[in-house]
Each structure stands twice: as C-alpha cells, then as structure tokens.
Design a protein around this ligand. Structure first.
Ligand SMILES: [Zn+2]
Length: 826
C-alpha cells in the first residue's frame, strides 16, 4: 500500500457540526443468504467455513492468535473516525498508524475487522465474534443514515469526507479512497453471507447505489483515468453483490472498475507489469475472474489466467510472494531484486484468493494448489509473529541477506497487511478441501476435520505436516466419494494406502484418485517424501534457495547482519535431529537452516550464492556417450536412466558418441513421469536424420494418443512442428517452424515453454513461437511412453538417424542458454 507522495496533513478537515436524529434499522438475525445467480464456468467448490474445523497444529495456532486479537480490539475505537465524520460524538481513544484521524486511509481496518469477525464466527461458532460484528454494522448504519445531514450524498459511508472522492475524480492528490470503501463493502458482504446479518446487506446495497451514482455521472474516459488511483477490488465486491442479489446495476457498476490499461495487455497475454504497483493490480484481477463467473465472458477468464501465470512464473520469489518496494519489476528479476521491502503480504493474500478462484475454474490445474501451498506456508503462515498473543503481522517480508521480520501491533500500526493478516488467519480452513458432486479434493495437508454438509460424512485429517511427511484421513459415515488427493509436484515417491493397501496411479503433480463407496473406519494414509532441493533464480542460476519438500529453509543469523549473500556449500547440508532443521557450511561459517515460516526474531538469509551447481531443476541429460549395452546414463545424477530399445545402438555423435536409430523399431525409452507436474520445460537435443520422412519423432512424451508432447522434424506441412495436447489430436497446441530440419546434418533443436509461451529453436535461433500455449506438461499427468525417435501413433515412422546430447529441464531455458548449447555442441 504505497503512501501518497504529498503530505497527508492537507486533507483532514471534516465538516463540523451537524444535526442529530435518524432512526436506525434494527438488526434482524437472518440465515446466510444463498447466491441468487449460479457461477458460470466453475467446476469445483469451497466448503462453507462452518464445515471445516482446525485441529491442533500451526494453522490452529495462527488462527487462535488472530481470534484473540479480534476479541480484544475495541469496536468503539474503530468507529471513532466514522462517528466524527458524521458529526457524532465519540469519547473513544483514536487509533494510530494508518487509522489515525489524519490518515487518508482511515476506516479500512474496520472493513478488515468485519470480514475477520464474520469468518471467525462462521468457522468457530463463537457468538462473541458475531456480536461485535453486528455492533459495528449497526453503528456504521447510524453513520450512513446521517449522510445527508453531514452534507454527503445518500448512501455514503466512510471515515473520511466525501470530498476525497471529488479529489480522486478530479485527479487531485489523495491516497486511495475507493480502496478503503472496498474493504468496508467486502466486510459488510461477509457479515451478511457468513454471519447472517441482514442489516449489513442493507448498508452495503446503499453504498453500492452511492458508487453507481458517483460513477454514472462520469464519462468513460473520466472513470478510466480515475482507475489510476488504487481502488482495491471494487469490481470484485460489486460482482459478488450482483451474484447475490441479481440486481444488474451492481454488475454495471462493477464493470466501471474494469481497468483497460491493465486488462488489455493481459487479455493478449502480454507481460506489461514492470513498474506497476503490485497490490493495486491483483485485486483488479480478482474482479476479472468473478466477472467471468458472473457473465461467462471468456476474456475476463483469460485476463485472470494469464495474469496468474505471468506473476507466479516470472515475478515470484521462492516463498511465493512478489514485488520489491511494492512494485512489479521486469520479468524474471528475482536475484537482482532482494531488499528489505520485498513480498508485501497483501499481495500474497490476494494471489491466494485468485488462485482458488482459478482452481474452481479449472480443477485440472494442480499447479494452482501447489502454489497455494508454497505461498501459504512460506509467506503468510510465517508472517504472523508467534510470540504475539494477538497475531501481529508483517507488512513486507525482507528477502535481502540479513533481513529480519518486523510486525504490527494493537493500535498504532493498522497497515494494509495487518488488515489482510486478520483475514488470512481467520479463513485458513477455506482451501484445505474442495468438492464437486461426489468429488472431494484434499488440497492441503493440515490437521482438520471436515463435516460434509448434507452427506453425513466426516473426514478427519491427522497430520503434523510439514514436520512429518505423512497425513492420515479417517472417514466416518458412509457413501460414495470420488476422493482426489493432491500429490504435489515436489513429492517424489509418494504413496497412498487405503486400509493398508497400496494404491496405484499415485504420481507427483497429479491427483491420486480413490473412487468408491466408503464406510466408517476407512483410513487413507498419505506419504509424501520431502526431498532437499534447491531452486535457482531465473536471473542468476547461482543464486538459490534451499527447500525441504515445499518448505523454504533459511539460514539463521541471530543478530548478525549480512552485506551480501553468503556462499553455501550444498554438499555440507546435513539434517539434524529436529525435523526440517539442517546445518551447513557457508562462507560465514557453520549455519543452521530452519523452515522460513518459523524464522522469527533474528536475521536470516533465504537466498544463497551456490557455486558450481547446475541450473535447477535440470531433469535429465543423456550424453549418449556410451559404447555398449542398452543403458543411457543420466548425467544430472538424478538417476533417470534411459533404455535403448528395438535395436537402437551406438554411433559417433555430435560430440563423443550418439544413439543410432534404424527407422524400423529403434528408439530410446525414458523413465515415466519425466516432466510430471512441470509447468515450464525445455527439451533440447542434437539430431541428425538420414531420411526425410514426415511424422517421425525427435521425441514424444505421452501416454498414448490422448496426451502427449512431441517434436517432429517434418510434419505433413513439410516443416518442423512441436505439439502438446491433453485431449488428443484435436486439441493440439502447436509451434510450427518455417522449414523441415535438414537431412544428413547435425542440427540443434530445442523447445521451451513458460507461462503460455512456447518457443521453438533451430541451431540456437528462435524460429517460431506460440503465445497461446496454455497446455503444460503438468496437464498430461505422469506420462509413461517417453520416447526418443518413436511416436505415440503406431502408424508414424520411427526416426532414421542419430540423436545426441538430449536434455530435459523443468524450466524454460533462456534464448541465451539455448544459444550456448548450440555453440558449445554439448
Ligand atoms: Zn499490505
């Protein structure tokens, strides 16, 4: 949340005396209203917060601290500036920080508190949360009813005067008035939906009518200009209100907040985010996906899908956060953007909201949930101070070497991230399980109990994840459940047992599925081995973070500040007897590595300089320099040994030896699941074909003709083609080059994909690209027919020729890296 450039002092005068009176509508308890309109394009659904209970564990501990703060916080102090703004007396002590009576953002925290109280009430059933929320709503209604008396337009509700809106419309300096109004509107909607407060909907509806009144008067150009000032998720909350009420006015008003300057490049899948304030943009995209769900207009969906892919793949740090100094930077700048002001917590709060909406839209994208897990654990769970009984929260999470976390407090901070922190830690149950009909998704591993509404089925999850790599589900009740357990992309060698029997079809990066009629006492045991890995930054492959499974580890430096990244010797990383704790030797001496989410009260480093390491993740590398036998060694050390099959042999290569393919049945078979779960990839190799046959394969990774990715040197169109599909030939997404690759000549070919962009290279030079390649290897599951020189289609010819230096990466190599592979001949 950037503070305004100009002094905040110029703006505070509230109009003074006003008349009194006005009746207030009594608060009538009401059952939570169901949405009048069904969401379009959704095929997975959240359970209500009432259905899932946290059991002892880190989530429950975090939730408890925030609940304690919500019980503690004085509603009248939050109402102080609202009352003054409407000429009402208030004897409460003014809040400080961003809620001080002179801060232009005042009132935003009341919105966050309303949402947090509603969520805490829905999740725990404790009446005190609803009582405090109901009181806040009733008092806000009193203020709103005095709008005309206070000189404001009907329906206006805020802790600052309506002249702030005049200023944003006139493009004069003001902080972010619609941002604050969005928080209040979202809080009212949550009090209605989650706590059954009818008055909250009434107050919200009046606010929405006021927003429409203010914006109807403006030209489209004026409205678009106004959107340059941060406005939170106005389009989101108004769309949600439209879905609830069916009143088309709310959708019309929501669309006034569609910011063309941001939406247009995203609709074209262009990354134009550099130098934009990050958390100003993310809520706009939350609005876009909800506008898709409300209207079915696929452009809104594409904007959201493209934005997520761009931000997660090109702008996110190892902990799942984004932004430096609150701004997006040029794509893939990570190592070069480490500071004390990285990773504003609000950004990740909003990215997680977006992530679950996108999963609802496309439940085949398991990578959405992998990101959810990564960002929740490594960023937000660890952003709350466990030493504070009130759950004080970080604003930024510093990622410079020697950084340390700092936290909010009871009454003199009230930053945006203090606000979204209250929301995060009162809804930790909201994405552990999803459903659709009989389908039950188990997304997150957290001690919890699901009571499936209306089905008489309880699923209890017992786990100490991530300290332990196992989780146990126990079913009570009976009925059909199509159980789908997320096997994360990081989990290699995962195992699922049903009542002790090992289940087949368990591969990382896909859902393990058990579709059956369940009975009380059925037990599912999930084992997710956590490997120690390193994640390189895209802009400097020697700058890496260390991870244990999904958990980012950080070096603990006590009170010692650091002026540069320490150099880590990866061979020295040694586990201790404490789960997820390691020691290692670095340039600073012996250092302890702890889970970053547990790193509090001391300085740390998340990133290290790691010299001599290969660019991770380097999946497999076949030099094909063997001279005998049928094994092709994997030079990465990952053990992905290939097997020469059908008469394949050895011959002289581009460098050293190569594998020789006879065009009749010879091929190389690579291990299953080579790119399972990968959302980005590179396959690069040398090939020398000796027959100009169409449809032979350089490589073809797939599971039959339904799901595959392949590269042919010559399609029936006569040119090199890459294709990927998860739905058979009719759904292929292709990159077609300008010509076939030559015969009897060693040629370097490479394909990369990151986000929706696939690039085809020949001899180190890009020859074609496709920027709408939305199918990723992760959509293909764990492919079993991973072949060099052979097609999934039995009618296609085998490759005649030789292949050398075959490389597979689970990331997109840069053009420079591809050029290097070509020039070095390796
Ligand atoms: Zn924030």
């Amino acid at each position: 949340m950037p503070q305004p450039a100009l002094s905040r002092r110029s703006l505070l005068q509230t109009g003074a005396a006003v008349a009194v009176g006005t009746a207030v509508a009594g608060t009538l308890p009401a059952a939570p209203a169901a949405a009048a309109r069904t969401d379009i394009g959704v095929s997975a659904y959240a359970f209500p917060l009432t259905a899932v209970t946290l059991l002892a564990g880190p989530f429950q501990a975090n939730a408890g601290r925030t609940q304690s703060y919500l019980n503690f916080i004085d509603a009248d102090r939050l109402l102080h500036t609202f009352r003054l703004n409407y000429g009402l007396s208030s004897s409460a002590t003014a809040c400080g920080g961003w809620e001080s009576p002179t801060t232009e953002l005042r009132g935003h925290s009341t919105g966050h508190v309303l949402t947090a109280l509603a969520q805490a009430y829905a999740n725990t059933g404790q009446a005190a949360f609803k009582t405090k929320g109901d009181y806040l709503v009733a008092q806000l209604a009193i203020c709103q009813n005095r709008a005309s008396t206070a000189g404001y337009n009907t329906g206006y509700l805020s802790a600052y005067p309506e002249s702030f809106i005049d200023r944003v419309e006139a493009r004069q300096q003001v902080w972010a008035p619609y941002y604050t109004l969005h928080k209040i509107m979202a809080g009212l909607l949550d009090m209605h939906l989650l706590a059954g407060n009818a008055q909250a909907l009434d107050v919200l509806t009046r606010m929405a009518a006021w927003v429409k009144f203010r914006n109807d008067r403006l030209s489209q150009t004026q409205r678009q200009n106004m959107l340059d000032t941060e406005f939170g998720g106005m389009n989101e909350v108004l769309t949600n209100l439209y879905q609830l009420t069916e009143n088309p006015d709310h959708l019309t008003t929501a669309r006034y907040f569609d910011h063309a300057e941001i939406f247009d490049p995203l609709a074209a899948n262009t990354d134009a985010l550099n130098n934009y304030h990050a958390n100003t943009q993310i809520p706009k995209i939350l609005g876009a996906i909800r506008e898709y769900h409300a209207t079915g207009t696929t452009r809104y969906r594409d904007i959201a899908v493209n934005f997520w892919d761009i931000v997660v793949n090109r702008h996110s740090y190892a902990i799942g956060g984004n932004s430096n100094g609150e701004y997006f930077k040029a794509p893939n700048r990570i190592a070069s953007e480490l500071s004390d002001s990285t990773c504003e917590c609000c950004n990740t709060y909003n990215m997680l909201k977006l992530t679950r909406q996108l999963f609802f839209t496309n439940p085949s994208r398991l990578d959405y949930l992998d990101y959810y897990e990564r960002a929740l654990w490594n960023h937000l769970i660890g952003a709350q101070n466990p030493s504070s009984s009130h759950g004080f929260h970080c604003y930024y999470v510093p990622l410079r070497a020697g950084g340390t976390k700092t936290y909010s407090n009871d009454y003199s901070n009230f930053t945006c991230c203090h606000g979204t922190g209250m929301e995060t830690h009162t809804k930790l149950v909201d994405s552990i399980y999803f459903h659709n009909g009989d389908i039950l998704y188990v997304n997150l591993f957290a001690a919890s109990r699901l009571v499936w509404p209306g089905r008489g089925i309880t699923v209890q999850q017992d786990t100490t994840f991530p300290e332990s790599s196992t989780s146990r589900l126990t079913v009570t009740g009976s009925g059909a459940i199509d159980l789908r357990i997320r096997i994360p992309g990081w989990a290699t060698g995962a195992e699922v047992r049903l009542n002790g029997t090992v289940q087949s079809g368990v591969t990382s990066g896909s859902f393990a599925r058990i579709n059956r009629t369940w009975a009380s006492g059925d037990v599912v045991e999930i084992s997710l081995p956590m490997a120690l890995t390193r994640e390189a930054t895209p802009d400097n492959s020697t700058v890496q973070a260390v991870k244990h499974g999904p958990i980012v580890l950080a070096g603990a430096y006590g009170s010692t500040n650091l002026s540069a990244l320490p150099t880590l010797n990866p061979a020295t990383i040694t586990p201790t007897s404490t789960p997820m704790q390691y020691t290692a030797t670095a340039s600073t001496g012996t250092v302890t590595l702890l889970p970053f989410y547990k790193m509090h009260g001391q300085r740390y480093t998340v990133y290290w300089t790691v010299t001599g390491a290969p660019p991770a993740p380097f999946v497999a590398h076949y030099r094909f320099d063997e001279t005998a036998g049928t094994s092709a060694a994997d030079a990465t050390g990952n053990g992905k040994t290939g097997t020469l099959t059908g008469g394949a042999g050895w011959t002289s290569g581009r460098t050293g030896n190569a594998v020789n393919l006879n065009g009749t049945s010879a091929h190389v078979s690579l291990p299953a699941g080579l790119l399972a779960g990968a959302t980005a990839f590179t396959v690069a190799t040398w090939v020398r074909r000796t027959a100009a046959t169409a449809w032979a394969r350089v490589f073809d990774f797939g599971t039959g003709t339904g799901a595959y990715l392949f590269l042919t040197p010559q399609s029936s169109a006569g040119t090199i083609r890459f294709a990927i599909t998860s739905g058979g030939a009719g759904s292929e997404q292709q990159i077609n080059g300008p010509a076939a690759i030559p015969v009897n000549t060693w040629t370097h070919v490479a394909v990369t994909q990151t986000g929706n962009t696939g690039v085809l290279y020949v001899n180190g030079v890009e020859v074609a690209r496709n920027t709408a390649m939305t199918t990723r290897p992760s959509a293909l599951g764990s492919t079993t027919n991973n072949w060099v020189g052979r097609s999934q289609y039995s009618g296609d010819p085998y490759l005649t020729g030789a292949v050398d230096g075959f490389r597979v990466y689970a990331r997109a190599l840069s053009a420079a890296e591809i050029a290097d592979l070509n020039s070095t001949g390796l």
